[in-house]
Design a protein around this ligand. Structure first.
Ligand code: KG4
Ligand code: ZN
Length: 333
């Protein structure tokens, strides 16, 4: 939940993590997620408004995540937004989750100028996009199977780490030797800008079975070697995307963008070719309300807001590049 002011910037934000709720199950349980959203959303609204010294009547625009995501959780957010909008007589807008991630580096200082190449790396997506402006996105390439975050999470399970695996694996990798095992770099040599990560966890699993003992050091080396393979592929494709598009700004977003080894490698690789890499602050890499409020403020800064007071829709599956193209061909009211 977040409150964003187009002139003053981010006035407040609050996050309720469901990590502990789902940890016992080793992953997200959709019904538990949406029920917890029902309990948490309004207290979070109050917390953010009180923290910023504002009242609910001060809101001009209410944004919610329309998709993609779990249908039940999306519906809770959409209903709270629609209820607030109806009660206050204020417009509501549904924002694409990935558009939130994509624009979040613009919350940082320095702020990248358009156009840029964006690497979106989350638990559900791995995409390279060309971004020419707010709402102007072209897909350059994407994963053919698992997302990068998913590969981190699945490999973490192979290594016996607790949910959520990505950050735990990254912590373990920091103490290991990345050159101890040479795991495949899937599609690194292919001319396209696509990715494939599903084979990597199998490669790690095969190596785990070959090893006689799996002590802390062995697990750390496996984690570091796996992470090095993912980072190598992501870096190579980012550089290729910059070259192909003739651009020199790279923007990184999504949960895996919090990974320190990836950040370091991208900074080095972009600097080597005279380009610049931009990241959102680490806390804004993983899912948050600020990126959704910010995207809505950017998108509707200059145009009238399409009102959808009480009728609302959510899209559990939703393609960003297609949605952006459709929005451009139908001017906003
Ligand atoms: O963007 P996000 O918070 O949620 C989605 O929209 O998916 O991304 C979550 C993903 C998870 O797969 C998580 O394991 C991964 O980001 N992640 C990380 C790190 N922090 C989060 N992966 C590697 N290193 C990290 N430090
Ligand atoms: Zn996300």
């Amino acid at each position: 939940m977040a409150l964003y002011d187009a002139a003053a910037g981010l006035l407040g934000e609050a996050l309720h993590s469901q990590v502990r709720l789902h940890a016992d199950y080793g992953g997200v349980v959709p019904e538990l997620a949406s029920r917890d959203h029902v309990r948490r959303l309004l207290p979070l609204v109050r917390e953010v408004l009180e923290g910023a010294g504002r009242r609910v009547e001060d809101l001009d625009l209410i944004a919610f995540t329309r998709g993609p995501g779990l249908g039940g959780a999306l519906l809770v957010g959409a209903s709270v937004a629609a209820g607030l909008g109806l009660a206050l007589g204020k417009p509501t807008v549904g924002i694409h989750h990935l558009e939130g991630h994509l624009l979040s580096p613009l919350l940082a200082d320095p702020r990248p100028a358009f156009p840029f190449v964006a690497l979106l790396v989350s638990g559900g997506h791995t995409q390279l996009m060309r971004v020419d402006g707010v709402g102007r996105y072209a897909l350059l390439g994407e994963t053919q199977d698992d997302a990068a975050g998913e590969a981190f999470d699945k490999t973490a399970t192979v290594l016996g780490l607790e949910y959520p695996g990505g950050p735990a694996l990254a912590r373990l990798a920091a103490t290991g030797d990345p050159a101890r095992h040479h795991f495949p770099r899937p599609m690194i040599a292919s001319a396209d800008l696509d990715f494939s990560f599903s084979g990597l966890k199998t490669a790690v699993l095969t190596r785990v079975r070959e090893l006689a003992r799996l002590d802390e050091k062995a697990r750390a080396d496996l984690a570091a070697s796996f992470q090095a393979a993912v980072v190598d592929v992501l870096v190579a494709k980012c550089v290729r995307a910059l070259e192909r598009e003739g651009l020199d700004r790279l923007v990184v977003a999504g949960g895996v963008g919090a990974n320190a080894a990836l950040r370091e490698a991208l900074v080095r690789a972009t600097r080597e070719r005279g380009s610049e890499a931009y990241f959102p602050p680490a806390r804004l890499c993983t899912d948050n309300g600020a990126m959704i409020a910010f995207a809505a403020a950017l998108k509707y800064a200059e145009c009238a807001v399409p009102s959808e007071a009480c009728a609302f829709t959510v899209f559990p599956r939703w393609d960003l590049a297609q949605a952006a193209a459709a929005a451009q061909s139908t001017p906003l009211r």
